[in-house]
Structures are given as C-alpha cells and as structure tokens.
Design a protein around this ligand. Structure first.
Ligand code: SF4
Length: 317
C-alpha cells in the first residue's frame, strides 16, 4: 500500500484532501504545522496526527521573507515552502511515497497560482511529489500518478476562491469536522499586522513572548524605544501580569478598576505610561490619579493627570 504525508491544517480543504486520499486506499500520516501566528483552535481528532511547531523558524521568515508579503504581512510563499520542507522531512522519516496538500488552484492570488505551486514544491525539494487532490486534474501529472500509485482519473478539478464545490463534496463524503474559513492566520489580520509592523521597525528579533503580547491589549508607541501595552479586560491583565519580566515596568491604578499595563522602555517614560494607564482606569475623570509602577519587586508611586484622547491617539499603534 502506498503511504502519504497529508499536510493538515484543520480547515475544509486539507480535511477534504485527507478524506479523498484515504478513500483511494492510501496509508495516511497527517502532519499539522503550527506556529504562534495562528489563532489557537482545538484541532479535530485525527488518528496518529503529528504536530510540529515552527514558531522560531517562522518568526525569522516573517521578518524578512524571500518572496515578500501578501496583502498584509503574510509571507505565504515562504510559509508554504517551510511547511512542505517539514512534510518532506516526515515523508523521508517514515518512508512515505508522497505528500498531499489541500491546495486549490487560484484560491489565493499569491501562493496558489500554478507557477507558484510549482515553485514552492521545487524550493522544498519535493518536485513532482506533491499531490493536490482538489485541483489535481488541472495540474501537471505527479510522480505518484506516473508510477501508478494513484489514479489521475480520481483527481478533482476545483479552481478559484469559491468554496461551494468543496463544501458540497465534503458533505457527500461526510467530511464535517473542520474549522470555519474565518479563523486562522493573524498575519492576514490588518490590526495585528499594524502592531507587528511597528515591532519589526523597532526591534531586530521577535520572540514567542513578543508574539503573545501582540495578540492582546491596546498598544502605544510612546517613543522609538518605548512601548506600552494596556490590558482590555481581566483575561488580558492576567496575561500581562504573567508575561512581565524584570526588564519591564508593570503599572496599575490601586484600589479601583484598573488595567494592568506593561511598559517596555526606560523609566523616563514612566510618567507618560502612567497617564495612559490612568486614562483606562475607573478614575479617568479625576484631575490627579495615583499610579503604581512595579519593577524587580520594587513599587514606585507617581501622581499623574490622565491623558486626553487627542494625545492618546498620537501614540496609538
Ligand atoms: S495565511 Fe499565514 S499560515 Fe497560511 S500560508 Fe499564509 S502565512 Fe502561512
């Protein structure tokens, strides 16, 4: 029996591709590539699913993608090359015959054009070894087809952005457990990308902690070397309090409803940071507000006037 690694995201297309190839009688090894730029969702249960986290490698790609960005800061071509590279490693390890993806020809303008699909598999060292069952009948024959491991007649001809046909086929095959297309990659979210672009301008490396902080709070660029993140709710306040380390200041207004705020920058910015924190506390209408700024276990108290909205918008990212 032929063996295949199926790149599985949990979405409609890869779920359908997996279901189709399974129906062909191929032995399936599902592989999920995860990174912190994808909003976390509970993956459907798949037998033997293997997950590989590529956050560190991917963060470097996001900073300087060889093939550039899509509409936002999504480096889809470089990302797909990385994913196929991981699939190739797994394929070699388990001595599988080919890799399967749920890619649909021309579904995305940058990474799913015919020339790009072929470029991506070539750059990943998988030329002719990537089977795309949803669009396979519209693509050049692959090595598994010419070897007779799979039958080209079984390939589908899905093309373009509409998911209607994929959804119909999924229904007939009883493939029902998949994510909605609205979830997914934060690098296609304009708000997240605005904050990320600011980070890329101001620091050379991005850590996992930086990515987690980009996902939460209101962000303010106080100076080229100072940034403030203000929690929007209890959950975000807790994340900020957990993430804060000795290089940060943790600010809050005591004895009232207050956000937790994290200042990344020198103490000379503490007053501005405190004025912004006060603006989001329940004392925002008071002329003078006491704010606690904590670093390395030591708390300093400063009294500030809450910042007005005009000033606030100058710093907002
Ligand atoms: S949308 Fe995000 S996860 Fe998907 S290929 Fe593009 S960069 Fe990668």
């Amino acid at each position: 029996m032929a063996k295949a690694v199926v790149l599985y995201s949990g979405g409609l297309d890869s779920s359908l591709a997996l279901g189709i190839v399974k129906k062909w009688g191929i032995e399936i090894y599902a592989l999920h590539i995860s990174h912190k730029f994808i909003s976390s969702q509970q993956l459907p249960t798949i037998d033997g699913l293997k997950t590989v986290d590529v956050t560190d490698e991917f963060a470097k790609i996001v900073q300087e993608p060889e093939y550039g960005y899509g509409k936002n800061l999504n480096p889809c071509i470089d990302c797909r090359i990385l994913m196929l590279n991981k699939a190739k490693d797994y394929m070699k390890k388990i001595e599988a015959d080919f890799v399967v993806t749920g890619e649909v020809l021309e579904q995305r303008p940058m990474s799913q054009r015919l020339d790009t699909l072929l470029l991506i598999e070539k750059r990943a060292g998988l030329e002719g070894l990537v089977v795309r069952p949803l669009s396979g009948a519209l693509l050049p024959p692959t090595i598994p087809e010419t070897k007779g491991l799979i039958d080209r007649k079984n390939m589908l001809k899905i093309k373009g952005k509409s998911r209607r046909l994929s959804l119909e086929i999924a229904k007939t095959m009883n493939v029902v457990d998949f994510f909605s297309p609205s979830g997914g990659c934060l690098l296609t979210d304009p708000g997240f990308c605005r904050r990320l672009a600011d980070m890329l301008r101001s620091q050379e490396e991005i850590s996992v902690r930086d990515i987690e902080l980009l996902k939460i709070g209101r962000h303010f660029r106080i100076a080229s070397d100072a940034k403030l993140i203000v929690g929007r709710n209890e959950g975000e306040n807790t994340v900020i309090e957990e993430i804060v380390d000795e290089s940060h200041f943790l600010l809050c207004v005591p004895d009232t409803g207050s956000p937790s705020a994290l200042l990344h920058g020198d103490k000379k910015y503490m007053k501005v940071a405190a004025a912004i924190t006060a603006r989001y506390s329940d004392r925002k209408k008071e002329p003078k507000v006491e704010v606690h700024c904590k670093q390395k276990g030591k708390t300093t108290t400063i009294v500030v006037e809450p910042v007005d909205d005009e000033d606030l918008n100058k710093w907002r990212i």
